[in-house]
Ligand binder design. Structure first.
Ligand SMILES: NC(=O)c1ccc[n+]([C@@H]2O[C@H](COP(=O)([O-])OP(=O)(O)OC[C@H]3O[C@@H](n4cnc5c(N)ncnc54)[C@H](OP(=O)(O)O)[C@@H]3O)[C@@H](O)[C@H]2O)c1
Length: 345
């Protein structure tokens, strides 16, 4: 194994505002021999997600341990077992889970790495960091298990051009809901229409609260919140009776120094509505159902994923930078090795 070189992106500095290339350091080290109980993974795809800047700031987020300067950055991805001395992981298994920003990983398969074997479905394994991974599971579990959608519901989705939001829009359409998406700018809004949203609000140019009232005159039955802040406040002004608000993310808060401070939460009381905090790993029992249904909807052509692919491990920092600049359409990920390089027995 000594001829294999593991490339790693490590934290060089805590980000201030959007990430800069000087916040990262690229290191290379030889892959060591395996001990008993270990297996070697070769990375194919790595997710690029908003939470990564929090990791780089040393904040404990998404259940991961806080990182110090010099640590390899956390990141989920898809990798294949290429050598194994572990009884539960065989050569050729394709896993999705916590790999980190590196091209190889030696693992013992600990609970914290949350590895899931990906079934062979004849679909691209890149879906393990999008529709058939935590992004898809977040959309499915957050929307279905916390938003309790019904046919005919009026559903508002913010961050609708992003990874989670774009999948929620499509699931809501499969379930027969009327869907209003919120995205920023003309191009993103066109994309959200193209995946099935009945109406789209451009939060960068429209009066969001007024548009929600116009598009949902009888009120919102479900609001799937990826953004927090002013958009959450605008949604609360437009709830129908017994509405469900799913708090999935609050991306507008991540770079603020002072939290937004919601003042109209009493709208929940007057409409007998509920606001549910959601964390995807609290729904692990639902992942098999999520994976099966999502794969079925992909095969039937009901849902598609737009992958925003950064090509090459060396480009990872720029992929993350683009995410924070809102340049991604759909799920942001980095392709390190193509599916054609997978080995199968
Ligand atoms: N609770 C959980 O378990 C869980 C799981 C996964 C993700 N999340 C959270 O869910 C959210 C979405 O994740 P994702 O993976 O879909 O991210 P993503 O692909 O980056 O999408 C987020 C979208 O938010 C929009 N956005 C960024 N800044 C904004 C702002 N200030 N105001 C309004 N919109 C803004 C961007 O689109 P525009 O160009 O349209 O602005 C972007 O496409 C994030 O907050 C993430 O942390 C939570």
């Amino acid at each position: 194994m000594s001829n294999m070189i593991n490339k790693q992106w490590r934290i060089a500095a805590r980000p201030d505002g959007n990430v800069k290339i000087t916040d990262f350091e690229l290191q290379e080290e030889p892959v060591r021999e395996l001990a008993d109980g270990e297996f070697l993974l070769r990375t194919h795809y790595l997710n690029l997600a908003p939470v990564m800047r929090m990791y780089m700031q040393g904040i404990s987020a998404a259940g991961e341990v806080p990182l110090s300067i010099g640590d390899v950055i956390h990141g989920r991805g898809v990798a294949q077992v290429i050598t194994s001395k572990h009884p539960d992981y065989q050569v050729a298994d394709v896993l999705q889970g916590q790999i980190g920003w590196q091209t190889y990983k030696i693992s013992k398969g600990t609970a914290g790495e949350r590895f899931y074997k990906m079934p062979r479905r004849g679909l691209s394994y890149s879906l393990g960091v999008s529709l058939l991974g935590m992004t898809g599971f977040s959309a499915y579990c957050g929307f279905i298990k916390c938003g309790f959608p019904k046919t005919g519901d009026v559903v508002l989705v913010s961050g609708a051009g992003g990874g989670v939001g774009s999948i929620v829009v499509q699931i809501a359409k499969v379930l027969g809901c009327k869907v209003i998406g919120i995205a920023g700018g003309e191009e993103k809004c066109k994309f959200v229409s193209s995946i099935g949203a009945d109406q789209v609000i451009d939060y960068k140019n429209d009066d969001v609260a007024a548009k929600i009232t116009e598009f949902a005159p009888t009120g919102l039955d479900v609001y799937f919140d990826n953004i927090g802040g002013e958009i959450l406040a605008a949604a609360l002004e437009n709830l129908s009776m017994n509405a469900r608000v799913v708090l999935c993310g609050s991306i507008s808060e991540y770079m603020r120094n002072e939290p937004f401070g919601l003042t109209n939460y009493t709208k929940l009381r007057s409409t007998n509505s509920s606001m549910n905090g959601f964390f995807v790993y609290n729904h692990e029992k639902d992942f098999i159902e999520a994976e099966e249904n999502l794969a079925c909807w992909i095969n039937e052509g009901h849902i598609q994923v737009k992958e925003d692919i950064t090509n090459g491990f060396d480009q990872m920092p720029f992929g993350l930078q683009n995410l924070y600049a809102g340049k991604n359409q759909g799920v942001a990920l980095c392709k390190i090795l193509d599916d054609s390089e997978l080995i199968f027995d």
